[in-house]
Design a protein around this ligand. Structure first.
Ligand SMILES: NC(=O)c1ccc[n+]([C@@H]2O[C@H](COP(=O)([O-])OP(=O)(O)OC[C@H]3O[C@@H](n4cnc5c(N)ncnc54)[C@H](O)[C@@H]3O)[C@@H](O)[C@H]2O)c1
Ligand SMILES: O=C(O)C[C@H](O)C(=O)O
Ligand SMILES: [Mg+2]
Length: 627
């Protein structure tokens, strides 16, 4: 790794000299700037040869090593003699994968999904370049394998599926050691960490150390969608124990078999981890993922003003939901500014639900003039139902995060409702424009609830069944369209097929998942060099996603892009985040691009800068060097 950064250092000084000579020609300066920050096609110096190269997934090309390279790197005889092109290699790999698929049933219950994950995982272990080439070219097919829903099944079965370790594990036993442990990771530079404590994996609950697969899956999207260099990503599991009784007794369980640490002991572990990673990699960005709500908000408040971090479930989900909600307004043929008139019922008041509620309320308030009164009145557009029913001020031991959305008892009485009213009662009385589920309860939007949505006052009632994985979705698109009607707008957290409504009509199934935002938030933060991730940067990301869909698409009920365009949407989101960081004077620059230069870039140049800094899976030519 040291050579890799050495190469970057060498090329940086060359570029500095070049730039000095060109500095009075702004047009050429931009060209050089873009060039300096592009992952180039120069040879990569390696300090390994022979089997060490074949066992190194960062350098391995398998049968694609040319004969001259085989000679240079002492590989002759270690590979079958036929030199394959990348296309041939991928062709062979895909044939294998497809063979399996042809025998498989469609849909989320695909019995071969885990087998496909295993095949892809093996490829990931032996050849990173090829793995990401396959993933990027077939993202629609394989995102549901490396990401939700299959990754959920993988986490549940990780004890059996675990082969080669990937990422780092910090456990409660490592207290006092983390600052030195971080140096065991081979990369001199890490741009992105996704960390989980495994306490709430998707809607599957506490999966302890097995939750590492979720961090790996999120980082796969960072590479595939945002072009973050895979040598600079680090999946992390913080193992503070588990409260999953089954895992505590499982002889195959890979983690600490003790109950979770809590209170100050818990905080001490997370604090030590944050200090350690930011000491070694001061420019890293840490994404918190799938922490139980109890800690998600507290940790976000604790770190967000000092570290470059965000919580994907709270903040990423909020942005995606806002984009979807604005899409639902546009789908009715109404201007976005009508958003503050929407009546929204949210089922689920955990990290995701509360994140969405806070962001939606702020967005409404901004549209109403950004005054305190506007903020206050926006509150009455939301009805929050959790496991105990409708939340009002009468609720005992109310969660402080949910408190601002608790209805006054007198007011709900007037609406024919009361503390703890059931979801179906609330929907019947409120007749909402939107029913949004982040409850993790599969089938929560029952026939009765969806029947009640038929009296929605909206011409295009929106049903967002956002819980993951598939079996935790609050309803299926078939149920939504058949019961609520063809005009409904549907989005789900995990992918479903579009629904054939007959007569040539298609019920469009949108995937409303934070995957449309977190890669761009991470990339934009990295390239802006902002030390924190501000509300404005998150808002800019959400607005960019909302504006991505055309009027024509939105009217057809298509409110989120297809996953096939995830690299493009991520690029745009990242550019929007960079622009906002510049605007807020937070951008400190990245590598050769300092804050001043960044501040001078036009909108088009920012887009180009982002594009030029995205990693693409191409084999570099390798040259051996012995120091
Ligand atoms: N689509 C996305 O991008 C996305 C993003 C984040 C989270 N999620 C999903 O959202 C779900 C919830 O995540 P979380 O972190 O908020 O979890 P959480 O466990 O913190 O919260 C779940 C909430 O649902 C409530 N609930 C439980 N049973 C209910 C019922 N019968 N009726 C109404 N509410 C009920 C609970 O009281 C709690 O408030 C998970 O399935 C997760 O996968 C989806
Ligand atoms: O992981 C996902 O697919 C979305 C979200 O982060 C979740 O926790 O469900
Ligand atoms: Mg999550």
């Amino acid at each position: 790794m040291s050579n890799f950064s050495g190469q970057i250092r060498a090329s940086s000084s060359l570029m500095r000299r070049l730039r000095h000579r060109l500095s009075d020609d702004p047009a050429r300066l931009l060209q050089v700037r873009c060039f300096t920050t592009t992952e180039g096609h120069r040879p990569t110096i390696v300090h390994k040869r022979s089997l060490d190269i074949l066992h190194d997934p960062w350098f391995n090309k398998g049968t694609a090593f040319s004969m001259t390279e085989r000679d240079r790197l002492d590989l002759r005889g270690l590979l079958p003699p036929n030199v394959m092109s990348t296309e041939q290699q991928i062709g062979r790999f895909m044939e294998d994968l497809k063979r399996l698929e042809q025998q498989a049933r469609d849909g989320p219950s695909d019995p071969y999904a885990v087998a496909k994950w295993r095949i892809l995982n093996r490829l990931h272990d032996r050849n990173e370049t090829m793995y990401y080439k396959v993933l990027i070219a077939n993202i629609k097919e394989y995102a549901p394998i490396v990401y939700t829903p299959t990754v959920g099944l993988v986490c549940q079965n990780y004890g059996g599926l675990f082969r080669r370790p990937r990422g780092m594990y910090f456990s409660a036993e490592d207290r006092g050691e983390m600052m030195s442990m971080v140096y065991n990771w081979p990369s001199e530079q890490v741009d992105m960490i996704v960390v989980t404590d495994g306490s709430r994996i998707l809607g599957l609950g506490d999966l302890g150390v097995q939750g590492i697969a979720i961090a790996i899956g999120k980082l796969d999207l960072y590479v595939a969608a945002a072009g973050i260099n895979p040598q600079r990503v680090l999946p992390v599991m913080i193992d503070v124990g588990t409260n999953n009784e089954k895992l505590l007794k499982d002889p195959l369980y890979l983690g600490l078999q003790q109950h979770r640490l809590d209170g100050d002991d818990y905080l001490a572990v997370i604090d030590e981890f944050m200090e350690a990673v930011f000491t070694r990699w001061p420019n890293v960005i840490v994404q918190f993922e799938d922490f139980q709500s109890k800690w998600a908000f507290k940790l976000l408040q604790r770190y967000r003003d000092t570290y470059r971090m965000f919580n994907d479930d709270v903040q990423g989900t909020a942005g995606v939901a806002i984009a979807g909600l604005l899409g639902a307004v546009r789908a009715q043929g109404r201007p976005m500014i009508d958003f503050p008139k929407m009546k929204i019922v949210v089922a689920g008041a955990g990290s995701a639900g509360i994140g969405v509620l806070n962001a939606a309320r702020k967005t409404m308030a901004r549209m109403l003039g950004d005054t305190e009164t506007a903020f206050d009145s926006a509150r009455s557009q939301f009805w929050v139902v959790d496991a105990k029913g409708l939340i009002t001020e009468e609720r005992q031991n109310i969660d402080p995060e949910a408190q601002p959305f608790a209805w006054k008892v007198k007011e709900v009485k007037r609406q024919g409702l009361r503390e703890g009213a059931s979801l179906v009662e609330v929907v019947r009385q409120v007749k909402p424009d939107v029913l949004l589920g982040l409850s993790a309860v599969g089938g929560l939007f029952s026939k009765e609830v969806l029947e009640a949505m038929k009296s929605s006052t909206s011409t295009r009632p929106a049903i967002f069944a956002m819980s993951n994985p598939t079996k935790n979705a609050e309803c299926t698109p078939e149920e939504a369209f058949s019961i609520v009607g063809e005009n409904a707008i549907f989005a789900s957290g995990s992918p479903f097929q579009d629904v054939d409504l007959g007569n040539g009509h298609i019920g469009h199934c949108n995937q409303g998942n934070n995957m449309y935002l977190f890669p761009g938030i991470g990339l934009g933060t990295l390239l802006s060099g902002s030390r924190i991730i501000s509300d404005g940067m998150l808002q800019a990301a959400a607005e960019c996603l909302a504006a991505y869909m055309t009027e024509e698409e939105v009217v057809k009920g298509v409110i989120f892009p297809s996953i096939s365009s995830i690299r493009d949407i991520t690029k745009q989101v990242a550019a929007a985040v960079v622009r906002e960081a510049i605007e807020e004077d937070l951008a400190e620059g990245y590598r050769e691009m300092d804050a001043r230069e960044l501040g001078r870039l036009s909108q088009e140049e920012i887009a180009e800068y982002v594009d030029n800094n995205m990693w693409s899976p191409e084999y570099p030519t390798l040259v051996y060097k012995n120091d």
